[in-house]
Design a protein around this ligand. Structure first.
Ligand code: NI
Length: 138
């Protein structure tokens, strides 16, 4: 475990009370753990402001599998980006809809390009990209 640092913080009392209520709701064991998580989040967001950063994440896609051209198109896109796709999972949601979760790792710009290509495909009902800084960056 890396060495720990202690520091004192002075903030408005009501702000601290609201923070404590939130971290209780979220089941944080200690205030230190909650503050540490939020510091990590700020660092990760800051890392993301740099274009060349490695990231890991998922692309969640919902589409109607009855549109055959759409299926082919999505498969072609994923083959073109196979170097950043770690895996994908297909879930048959209902008679019409498929839910695909694509796990990705690579340069942030490339992952955003992949998600945008999927999102702009005709027939895709939902497409969202969730990214985290790659481990070791935070
Ligand atoms: Ni399906």
């Amino acid at each position: 475990m890396p060495p720990l640092a202690r520091f004192g913080v002075s903030i408005e009392k009501s702000l601290l009370e609201q923070f404590d209520a939130i971290i209780r709701d979220r089941h944080y064991p200690t205030r230190s753990k909650a503050i540490e998580d939020h510091i990590r989040q700020i660092i990760a967001e800051n890392e993301f402001s740099k274009d060349t950063n490695e990231a890991i994440g998922t692309i969640d896609v919902v589409y109607d599998h009855h549109k055959w051209e759409l299926l082919n198109h999505l498969t072609n896109i994923q083959h073109d980006f196979q170097e950043v796709i770690l895996s994908s999972q297909h879930i048959h949601l209902d008679h019409h809809n498929c839910f695909e979760i694509v796990v990705v790792k690579g340069g942030k710009n490339k992952l955003e390009k992949l998600a945008n290509m999927i999102k702009s495909t005709k027939g895709v009902k939902h497409c969202s990209l969730q990214l985290l800084a790659a481990p070791g960056k935070v």
